[in-house]
Design a binder for this molecule. Structure first.
Ligand code: IPE
Ligand code: IPE
Ligand code: MG
Length: 255
């Protein structure tokens, strides 16, 4: 299946039926990977960046249209300052070392998450990544940074409430499409497949609204060990799922 999939995934209409358009990742398990080896947690995050590069490369090879990566949650600020500083350092280094190559590969970068109270230079790196790649037409790489789904929904709700208060909008006009259009992910399709590594089976405040009909795959591998074969295995699981969206099974007769 691995070879067959990677050689045939050219996103024709036929293949799109089994290959997701949009895959989202909760890249988890860096700390435990390091702990297993008697290394400091930051060594796990460093190894995690390598895994991230390989995953982006594989997604490009598969011609996925959208790849979302949960890189730092709004709750992760509660970690020890030394770990937070080290993660920020890795982000700075990643933009400096990889942005040009991603741009050359026609990748369009989009950042989701709150931009409030971010260190000024980090905010500039995020803006630079988006601005440099905004005209690109290849894969869209969505990086969730300082992201929490409840925070995102609250911010969207505030924007809508202001519009109602200003008389720009009537409460009756608030529907799913309108709320979706005020989220950070406005204009992006919902993830078809969400993969979480590290053996945890929870969303941890990731894409709560957008994952209403997403297929979940939870893998028992720490993020730094996540390899192309694991990615392909998750895609195989996805290909076998029957997405019903509340309807009946497509192959079952009703009467
Ligand atoms: C994910 O790995 C990376 C971030 C949250 C930034 P963790 O750091 O959560 O690793 P574990 O879950 O503690 O092993
Ligand atoms: C989710 O992982 C955030 C990222 C992967 C960036 P966490 O490690 O923060 O989630 P919990 O604490 O296990 O729920
Ligand atoms: Mg974790």
């Amino acid at each position: 299946m691995h070879d067959a999939m990677s050689s045939s995934l050219t996103q024709t209409d036929e293949e799109r039926r089994i290959l997701p358009r949009h895959v989202a990742f909760i890249m988890d398990g860096n700390g435990r990977w390091a702990q297993q080896r008697g290394l400091p947690r930051i060594a796990g995050h460093r190894a995690g960046v390598e895994s991230l590069r390989k995953t982006i490369g594989h997604a490009l090879k598969l011609k996925l249209e959208y790849l979302t990566l949960f890189s730092f949650s709004s709750e992760n600020w509660s970690r020890p300052a030394s770990e937070v500083d080290a993660i920020m350092g890795l982000l700075r280094r990643f933009v400096r070392s990889d942005l040009a190559e991603l741009n050359a590969k026609n990748v369009r970068i989009k950042i989701i998450g709150s931009r409030d109270n971010l260190p000024a230079d980090i905010l500039n790196y995020l803006i630079e990544a988006e601005n440099t790649t905004e005209a690109n037409t290849g894969m869209t790489l969505i990086v969730a940074f300082n992201y929490g789904a409840r925070d995102e929904i609250c911010r969207a709700t505030q924007t809508i409430a202001h519009k109602v208060a200003n008389g720009e909008l009537s409460p009756d006009e608030i529907d799913e499409a309108l709320l979706g259009s005020e989220l950070d992910t406005a204009g992006l399709p919902d993830p078809d497949l969400l993969i979480r590594t590290s053996g945890e089976s929870r969303l941890s405040n990731f894409l709560l609204w957008q994952s209403a009909y997403t297929e979940f795959v939870f893998l028992d591998v720490f993020w730094p060990d996540f390899a192309e074969g694991d990615f392909d295995q998750a895609l195989e699981h996805f290909a076998k799922r029957d997405r019903r969206y509340g309807n009946v099974c497509s192959t079952q007769s009703v009467v």
